[in-house]
Design a protein around this ligand. Structure first.
Ligand SMILES: Nc1ncnc2c1ncn2[C@@H]1O[C@H](COP(=O)(O)OP(=O)(O)OP(=O)(O)O)[C@@H](O)[C@H]1O
Ligand SMILES: O=P(O)(O)OC[C@H]1O[C@](O)(CO)[C@@H](O)[C@@H]1O
Ligand SMILES: [Mg+2]
Length: 539
């Protein structure tokens, strides 16, 4: 375990000279958040003291005015503080305030800065090397609603139609909380496979080495690798140089595994002080529990996640790595099933795609291919039988167009299947096979009505997941991997990294896994998909 000294948490927050109080400008602005407003609570109050947002929050909770600056606008402060508190990042110096940071060892420029490169104790702009300030924010959301009613719960003020939300920007900080020579970094990949896992592993290793880290290991087969018998896998730039050229994870994956206590015991015994966790919602729940247990034991361990899921079901992010590749591969399967169906007499092609809770892959692949007549997702219930059912529409399609293609997400229509399939080792519900069910019911239905139908079925799910990342995902993985390392060196723990409005941001883990991100069936995108397929309502 490393043990450099860290400074007070306040050292993380920088100059506040540009802060404008909320009330001083409140008459001229409507938004809940505006650039700088979120940062405001970290800054100087009217009494000249600096306080963090926690002080504002407790003052608001006690119905005191936190500072005269905030007097007239309690609802704004409350909402702002709530939002800001939710998205504030846990930092090791919150736990161990005695530690002070050191200048970053991550340099993009060849030349190290000399004393002339510093102005008032800070690196001059030229020497800044693209470092990110802890006060920098990325726009999560800005919406100008047409009426307060359509803004809904996001606007507390009855007149408000404007919502802005800002979150922490990812990237290298000019001060770091670990000496590279003290770092023992470990990487673990959990859950199911996903295109790009090797790309992220590779980039984490490369970036760690750029900071000067020598001790990097991989934990084999997910959290299961934290048992005593499992030896670590040594990692270096040389070892990972070409791993991104194939799919899967060189470390292996698994579901289930040891209890959090046992994992943290193992982290302690192995002396790991930076843990990079690649996985989905379950993995992140585990990562957060590990972070909290390390915190409880006062262990200086930075736990940083990188969300992995082809399902794209993580909140707030533009997309998760692997999703783009999955959509591209899914299109190939749709094209094959289309050709089969189109070439047969009264051909019906059914393709099942992944998507446990969320139909993003099915929706996007249907939109991309333009060959799908019926897209079925978990978020939009449907019936197979009856006058408004899928089967009646299939009959109409084969009799008018000659063929039809159905694209179904694996989590769709689970209410139509027999219940109680149990759970997997991680506690996830085992889904019934909706693809097979649709095929069987279609064959039965056409036989019963005496209309010929040639039903073909493709289940490409594991082929899609085992692919190597495409170019877009390759870039995403690279940037996420780098930012994961920057986050750990910056001293954050219990965080994860994602792309938001094309910028990269850090999130506290609980915020992104509070529930799965779902396709909004009132969204324009789902309506576009329905326009493209031409399917009616199936209820
Ligand atoms: N709530 C939880 N708390 C602690 N650990 C968890 C929790 N949920 C899952 N895990 C652990 O996280 C690991 C991965 O979980 P899971 O199998 O659900 O995959 P996932 O990360 O959600 O990825 P995928 O997208 O492939 O489903 C498992 O080892 C599991 O034991
Ligand atoms: O068969 P496995 O490995 O349990 O994984 C299946 C699950 O993994 C995912 O791809 C990712 O969560 C889901 O869509 C799917 O239900
Ligand atoms: Mg999951």
């Amino acid at each position: 375990m490393s043990s450099i000294s860290l400074g007070s948490a306040a050292a993380r927050f920088t100059d506040c000279s540009s802060f404008t109080s909320l009330s001083s400008s409140s008459s001229s602005w409507k938004p809940y958040f505006r650039p700088g407003a979120i940062r405001g609570t970290f800054r100087r109050w009217k009494d000249g003291r600096r306080r963090g947002h926690a002080a504002v929050a407790s003052a608001v909770a006690e119905e005191r005015s936190p500072a005269t600056d905030y007097d007239e606008n309690d609802w704004k402060v409350q909402y702002q503080v709530d939002f800001e508190r939710r998205f504030d990042l846990p930092h090791l110096s919150d736990l161990l305030p005695e530690f002070t940071p050191i200048p970053s060892t991550f340099r993009l420029k060849k030349r190290s800065p000399s004393s002339e490169d510093y102005v008032n104790g800070y690196l001059s702009r030229e020497q800044y090397n693209g470092y990110i300030n802890n006060d920098d924010r990325v726009l999560l959301k800005v919406i100008k609603y047409s009426s307060p009613a359509s803004a809904g719960a996001e606007c507390i003020d009855p007149d408000c139609t404007w919502v802005e939300q800002w979150i922490h920007r990812a990237g290298p900080r000019k001060e770091i909380y670990f000496r590279p020579e003290d770092v023992n970094a470990a990487i673990v990949t959990c859950g199911g496979l996903c295109p790009g896992l090797n790309d992220v592993i590779r980039q984490i290793v490369i970036t760690l080495e750029m900071y000067g880290v020598k001790n990097i290991v991989g934990i084999p087969h997910g959290y299961r690798g934290f048992t005593k018998e499992e030896p670590e896998i040594p990692l270096s730039r040389k070892a990972v140089q070409t791993i991104h050229l194939s799919g899967g994870s060189i470390l292996g994956v698994s579901r289930g595994g040891p209890a959090i206590d046992e994992i943290v015991d193992s982290i302690q015994e192995r002396g790991i002080n930076m843990l990079f966790v690649l996985g989905g919602d379950g993995t992140h729940a585990g990562a957060n529990a590990i972070h909290r247990e390390c915190y409880r034991r006062r262990m200086k361990v930075a736990v940083v996640g990188v969300p992995k899921t082809i399902d794209n079901d993580i909140l707030y992010m533009d997309r998760t790595f692997g999703f783009d590749t999955a959509v591209e591969e899914a299109q190939r399967a749709i094209n094959s099933v289309y050709i089969e169906a189109h070439s047969a007499y009264h051909g019906i092609g059914v393709v099942k795609l992944m998507g446990r809770n969320s139909g993003f892959i099915a929706m996007h692949a249907s939109l991309a291919s333009g060959q799908v007549d019926i897209c079925l997702i978990p978020e939009d219930p449907f019936t197979l039988h009856g006058p408004n059912g899928v089967l009646r529409h299939l009959r109409y399609l084969v009799q008018t167009k000659g063929s039809a293609v159905v694209c179904v997400a694996e989590g769709a229509g689970q209410d139509l299947l027999k219940k109680a399939n149990g759970t997997d080792a991680s506690g996830n519900k085992i889904l019934g096979d909706i693809g097979i069910h649709i095929v069987q019911e279609t064959r039965k239905y056409f036989k019963e009505i005496g209309v010929a139908a040639d039903v073909k079925y493709i289940d490409p799910t594991y082929m899609i997941r085992a692919c190597r990342a495409n170019a877009a995902d390759g870039i995403l993985c690279t940037v996420l991997g780098q930012n994961a390392v920057h986050g750990a060196f910056a001293g954050f723990s219990g965080i994860t990294v994602g792309v938001v409005n094309t910028h990269y941001a850090y999130f506290p883990i609980p915020e992104v896994i509070s529930h799965p991100r779902l396709v909004d069936t009132n969204s324009r995108m789902w309506h576009r998909c329905l326009t493209s397929t031409g399917q009616p309502d199936f209820v």
